[in-house]
Ligand binder design. Structure first.
Ligand code: MG
Ligand code: MG
Length: 258
């Protein structure tokens, strides 16, 4: 069941999603060698609560923290802990909030100091593929058009697309219908309609697409242990095209001043 949102609901979702963007930026200020992922989680958790919202991930199916923090070969769903960031790492931070009954969800993969050129290119391409996917999110097209656009773009650059995890509808619940794969065929899948709100979130690997689930029950890593990148925006389809509800603008400001 796909719930179409009214303009009023979309504006409430924008509030939740802009707070996610601001939280990711607050976390970005503290990303440097030596900081632990649990310290980053605490910063995010407090920032969300200080703004009158609930950290959406905490307690979701028993997830223990406010942020999913995934390092290097970890794709998504990393549990914050005592790992200390080091120069050359990449760190994917996924954040969700709920405020006024509506959810926000967005993710960004950060560089810690100088990363290798190959890894830097992976991050750039994955971020670009998110934009390519968003451009395909047009009324009258289908979910498969989004995935096809992302897959085509990333595979043309020699990367692989994770198949085991997908984007999703979002609204009053974090995960609503439809699923939004980062791969697929043009013209297939549910029709894109005005009022649809979806999280588009390419998870792109430098090596092969296969992933493994770690024994902690959460962390997903690449099978070949090569790096993986993850960028996510929540969008609404309004007046025929994508209206991006989350924002990387706050992050850009922090990164420019680093
Ligand atoms: Mg997310
Ligand atoms: Mg998501």
């Amino acid at each position: 069941m796909i719930y179409l949102k009214t303009d009023e609901e979309i504006e409430l979702m924008r509030v939740a999603n802009l707070l996610v963007g601001a939280t990711l930026a607050e976390v970005a200020k503290h990303i440097e060698p030596g900081v632990t992922t649990l310290q980053l989680d605490k910063i995010g958790d407090e920032f969300i609560r200080d703004h009158g919202a609930i950290p959406l991930f905490k307690g979701y199916n028993g997830f223990p923290n406010a942020l999913c923090i995934s390092i290097n070969e970890n794709v998504v769903h990393g549990i914050p802990g005592d790992y200390r960031l080091k120069e050359g790492d990449i760190v994917s931070v996924d954040c969700g909030t709920k405020i006024n009954g509506y959810c926000g969800d967005s993710a960004y993969t950060f560089e810690v100091g100088e990363v290798s050129p190959a890894t830097k290119k992976l991050l750039e391409t994955t971020k670009e593929s998110l934009s390519v996917g968003i451009e395909a999110a047009v009324e009258g097209k289908r979910i498969g058009d989004i995935g096809n656009a992302i897959q085509t773009y990333c595979e043309a650059h020699g990367y692989s697309v994770v198949r085991d995890l997908v984007g999703h509808g979002i609204g009053r619940e974090m995960h609503e219908d439809p699923q939004v794969p980062n791969y697929g065929k043009k013209g297939y899948g549910p029709l894109l309609r005005n009022g649809m709100c979806i999280a588009i979130e390419p998870m792109i690997n430098l090596g092969k697409r296969n992933v493994k689930f770690e024994k902690d029950g959460w962390t997903v890593r690449t099978a070949d242990r090569k790096p993986s990148a993850h960028f996510e925006h929540t969008i609404a389809i309004r007046q025929g095209k994508a209206d991006i509800l989350s924002s990387f603008e706050f992050i850009n400001q922090v990164l420019q001043n680093k």
